[in-house]
Design a protein around this ligand. Structure first.
Ligand code: MV4
Length: 512
């Protein structure tokens, strides 16, 4: 059924036109959401902490309210303060962005109960997908491929150990309430099992207040490939293809791209349909991401579902031509999706790099401070999503990501070449950034070939590789230029004295 044949309304889903949207977030994502809202004729409300008073998202919004002191726990995470702003200003919808309250089922429920639209899925879907075990159990009946393992919390060491032998070592212990790599332990052999299990359970209790853990076969060097889905409240679901997110460092993504270099049309269809199965399993509506790991034989397994807009959503927007925030708002208003699966095609290739205020030469320590120079790259196929301006201080209280740089091209090669050109045109001084590190990854033969996995950074990156590297020929040329330069300088300063080539040569030696 094409989009135009779809019912535009459904008696079971009340239409609730959104006229004023509060964005419960900061930085680039707050701005990005407000831009779409404005295009849709929706008034925008910003909230901000004392550290973000001067932020562009505050100035962009039609109205703004301060939530409190800089720490997130006293500002962006205080649902009651956000709801009070909604009441004061007559807000009829909240977009949570990513992070902060975006995957907090209790907050989504409070928003609903206050008669405000939550631009996101139902509290029930957030809750199910927030528990890895509940998610696995929910999808069991839908034939979704899962990593061999248990789908219930471990209660008996002996039973778990027997299961581990069946699966085969190495295995991975995961906390049901964990996420983003937190609460995972690798067990190489049976002799370590008891000790690692005890540690995993006590860690899970202290970190998440929930000691439920389960085991899975450990896929040693997987790829991380995720599927973007959209669903409306009438039950229509589509997939917007995959994003390849394997280039990451300590569970922090560095480069994302769409489509993936290893996914064939048949595999894409199979993964897309599996993702829709996951969404059906929790009556999902809104934008969501179904995360899979892919082994070296290209078998894919469902890991978890992220029930929010993701940082890397722009690569999907670039290859599909869809505005995901517009679709989210549309869905929250109770409208049906404006397109069907067969209306979607992949247009070219898109790559995103995340620019962090971190020093790659110093173990990626956050490097906060003032953006003394800040000039964005421009040109064909380039998009920059950021939330800072020249002269601003990067606050220490939040995620150190300062920008997302996105490049689109007709082919993967064109997109990567555009990205490298844009990185070279980016001018940031005052703080260290990960731009050089991104360039390193983009130029690496393994990345260029498309043949890489989640161990890419561990395998190939050393900080020395970021120092400028000169060939012997270039060093000789630099030395010769230096000799020439300093001899001329010396002659100008002391025209009657003989050439001081020795002095110049010493300078040249110091340069190489
Ligand atoms: C795995 C795995 C290997 N085998 N599960 C890490 C984050 C969380 N979303 C799941 N993660 C993994 N689960 C099994 N059974 C390897 C990882 C993993 C990983 C996954 C995606 C992207 C980067 C990663 C880096 C290290 C480990």
């Amino acid at each position: 059924m094409s989009s135009r044949e779809q019912p535009k309304s459904n008696f079971s889903v009340p239409m609730k036109k959104i006229t004023k949207l509060l964005v419960a977030n900061r930085g680039e994502i707050a701005l990005r959401i407000m831009r779409t809202a404005r295009e849709m004729g929706i008034a925008t409300v910003a909230v901000y902490s004392e550290a973000d008073r001067l932020s562009p998202h505050v100035r962009f919004a039609d109205e703004a309210r301060c939530l409190g002191p800089a720490p997130s726990k006293e500002s962006y995470l205080v649902g009651a303060k956000i709801l009070a702003v909604c009441k004061e200003l007559g807000v009829d919808a909240i977009h949570p962005g990513y992070g902060f309250l975006s995957e907090n089922a209790a907050f989504a429920k409070q928003v609903q109960e206050a008669g405000i639209s939550f631009v996101g899925p139902s509290p029930e879907a957030i809750e199910v997908m927030g528990s890895k075990l509940a998610a696995k159990q929910a999808v069991l009946a839908y034939g979704i491929p899962l990593v061999p393992g248990t789908d219930e919390a471990i209660s008996e060491l002996s039973v778990a150990k027997k299961k581990a032998l069946e699966i085969g070592y190495p295995i991975l212990i995961k906390a049901s309430a964990g996420g983003g790599g937190k609460g995972m332990r690798i067990v190489e052999s049976e002799s370590e099992f008891d000790e690692q299990m005890n540690r995993a359970v006590s860690e899970a209790i202290s970190s998440f207040g929930d000691g439920a853990v389960f085991i899975e076969k450990y896929i040693t060097s997987p790829r991380h490939i995720e599927i973007q889905i959209l669903g409306d409240q009438q039950g229509n679901l589509v997939y917007l293809f995959e994003r390849e997110c394997s280039i990451q460092r300590r569970h922090q993504k560095v480069i994302e791209e769409a489509p993936s270099a290893v996914v064939s049309p048949a595999m894409r269809k199979a993964m897309g349909e599996a993702a829709i199965g996951v969404a059906k399993a929790c009556n999902y509506y809104g934008a969501g991401t179904v995360e899979f790991i892919v082994d070296e034989n290209l078998n894919f397994y469902f890991l978890e579902m992220n029930t929010r807009l993701q940082v890397e959503h722009p690569v999907t927007e670039m290859i599909t031509g869809k505005d995901l925030v517009r679709e989210q708002i549309w869905i929250a208003e109770g409208k049906s999706l404006s397109f069907a699966q067969e209306d979607l095609t992949i247009q070219g290739h898109a790559v995103e790099v995340r620019v962090y205020a971190e020093d790659p030469k110093n173990n990626f320590l956050p490097d906060i401070g003032k953006l003394v120079t800040y000039r964005r790259p421009q040109g064909p196929g380039i998009r920059v999503d950021d939330g800072f301006e020249e002269g601003m201080e990067i606050p220490i209280y939040y995620d150190p990501m300062i920008a997302k740089l996105i490049a689109h091209g007709a082919t993967r090669e064109e997109a990567i070449d555009r990205m490298i050109r844009a990185i070279d045109d980016y001018r940031i001084t005052g703080i260290q950034t990960t731009l050089d590190f991104c360039r390193f990854a983009l130029e690496h033969p393994a990345f260029r070939s498309g043949n890489f996995d989640t161990k890419f950074v561990e395998h190939y990156f050393r900080p020395e590789l970021l120092e400028p590297q000169f060939t012997d020929e270039e060093k000789t040329l630099l030395a010769a230029l230096a000799v020439e330069f300093f001899e001329q300088e010396d002659q100008r300063a002391n025209p009657r004295t003989p050439l001081v080539a020795n002095l110049s040569t010493n300078w040249a030696n110091r340069l190489i």
